[in-house]
Design a protein around this ligand. Structure first.
Ligand code: SF4
Length: 174
């Protein structure tokens, strides 16, 4: 994985983090997210660019894993804490926030969020300034992933391939 891709991935991730921080400042009174809650954690599948970035960051590090994780669980969830919190993928960074994506069939945006959050909150209060545009950032990540796999000489991936987060650290890193 070259420096250019690493820098672009970090830039995108920082942009997502600051957007989420802004949303936290707006919505914290209606959100129950807190350290120790792992309601959203599961065995996610991620794009190769994230898979290889995280593998690189964890290389030669002694990271705690849950050795008894089940097929639907994330192996990095140890005692209800994320053992790779600093390097967790984008999907984990947006947990709990109101996420919007275009429902093409309905021709309208849909908003989704953790069932523990926004109790009693009027849905009509959501607007473009207080939600996370999930599809916009998924597109940015998709384009970066395309660039990453396009730079590989003999890529084993196609543009829509997802890899198991639970296999991070166990596979060859480009
Ligand atoms: S990487 Fe961390 S935040 Fe993401 S699912 Fe695993 S334990 Fe949860």
């Amino acid at each position: 994985m070259n420096e250019e891709i690493i820098a672009e991935y970090k830039k995108l991730r920082n942009e997502i983090d600051s957007k989420c921080q802004r949303l936290w400042n707006i919505h914290r009174a209606h959100m129950k997210c807190k350290e120790g809650c792992s309601q959203c954690c599961q065995a996610f599948r991620i794009l190769p660019v994230e898979f290889h970035y995280i593998s690189l960051m964890l290389k030669n590090k002694n990271i705690a894993i849950n050795k008894d994780f089940g097929s639907s669980q994330c192996k990095f969830l140890v005692n209800n804490r994320c053992s790779i919190y600093e390097h967790r993928p984008v999907i984990c960074r947006t947990h709990g926030f109101p996420l919007t994506r275009l429902n093409e069939e309905a021709g309208a945006y849909e908003v989704s969020f953790c069932e523990l959050n926004f109790e009693g909150f009027k849905l009509e209060k959501f607007n473009k300034n207080n939600v996370f545009p999930e599809d916009v950032y998924n597109s940015k990540l998709y384009m970066l992933n395309k660039k990453f796999i396009g730079q590989l000489h003999e890529t084993p991936y196609d543009s829509i391939q997802l890899l198991e987060l639970n296999n991070v650290g166990e596979a060859f890193t480009f």
